[in-house]
Ligand binder design. Structure first.
Ligand code: AMP
Ligand code: ZN
Ligand code: FE
Ligand code: FE
Length: 290
């Protein structure tokens, strides 16, 4: 099935509403889609309604920013995609609220740093840019762009909002193990998003995958616009060898990340034909066990 397993809407930091997003999915000729907004499921109901109307198969989910301490004690940051998570109460669902509280705690600290750096920006300016309750650095970037100080989000992240940047502030995170276990307990399955951003390679990467696989990880997002074609093939091979699913998605954010198009990424994205069905199958397996 032609599908895109990594999409963002205005429920977090995308720029298309969940409903509009599903129309874009249909126009792109896809038959399957997964909505993966950061730390929130608030777009799921609208997206599912639209996907039903358009006869698109739909997987609900969320993307989590997590920490992992590797065997040598170094700290690795991972983006974890949790598929099959339904809105409502549940182990992971309830933690999402705690994560959003962490965002609300951090955002004013970033604003303060920006003000100290001479940027004239308030929390109200940021709220004006956000469509949902998972508010973060992209909306802060949008507020600075709206003030005419920068041309796009990317320019603001560069040196200012990026990890370690002048206005960077940490926020609450789950560990990778917690994210995997909470997802399973909520009837979902986890996949490592854009593994290139973990910043580890070779044996260390395999060791981390092996640890997380034993906890319940089911896949890695081999096909992502940040990966060159050689890396996509390499990661697909590793997934195959380790019994993990090689998935793929565009990480579409509307105008928030230019050049990341639904279904095609930068034009050369090929989401594996069976990835959507394999994730659906993995979700069914988790729910059969529980
Ligand atoms: P936050 O979740 O508030 O810490 O913000 C992180 C999110 O910002 C990431 O998950 C991306 O969606 C987005 N992001 C990170 N770097 C960039 C960039 N250079 N340009 C646009 N969006 C970015
Ligand atoms: Zn995002
Ligand atoms: Fe991500
Ligand atoms: Fe994403």
């Amino acid at each position: 099935m032609k599908a895109d397993l990594h999409l963002h809407s205005t429920a977090s930091d995308g720029t298309d509403s969940p409903t509009d997003l599903m129309h874009i999915v249909a126009c792109a000729g896809l038959r399957g889609a997964a909505l993966m907004d950061h730390d929130t499921l608030s777009g799921i109901d609208d997206a599912r309604q639209a996907s039903d109307d358009l006869a698109i198969a739909f997987i609900p989910g969320t993307e989590l920013s997590v920490d992992h301490e590797s065997a040598d004690g170094s700290r690795i940051k991972i983006h974890m995609l949790a598929y099959g998570i339904e809105p409502g109460d549940g182990p992971l669902q309830n933690k999402l609220e705690w994560l959003r509280e962490g965002r609300d705690e951090r955002n004013p600290k970033i604003i303060k740093k920006l003000q100290q750096l001479g940027y004239n920006i308030s929390m109200d300016d940021v709220l004006e840019q956000a469509g949902g309750t998972a508010i973060g650095r992209p909306h802060i970037a949008d507020a600075l762009v709206a003030r005419g100080r920068f041309t796009d989000r990317n320019e603001v992240f560069d040196g200012l909002l990026n990890d370690g940047g002048a206005a960077y502030v940490e926020r609450r995170r789950l560990t990778a193990t917690q994210a995997i276990e909470l997802s399973s307990a909520s009837g979902g399955v986890t996949v490592i998003a854009h593994p290139v951003t973990m910043g580890i390679h070779g044996d260390q990467f395999i060791e981390v995958l092996d640890e997380l696989r034993l906890t319940g990880l089911v896949g890695i997002e081999a096909h992502h616009p940040l990966h060159d074609v050689a890396l996509r093939e390499q990661l697909s091979g590793i997934a195959g060898d380790m019994g993990l699913i090689a998935t793929g998605g565009s990480d579409y954010h509307g105008t928030g990340k230019r050049g990341y198009n639904v279904g095609t990424g930068r034009g050369d994205l090929r989401v594996p034909e069976f990835a959507f069905e394999r994730i659906q199958q993995a979700i069914e397996n988790v729910n059969r066990k529980s």
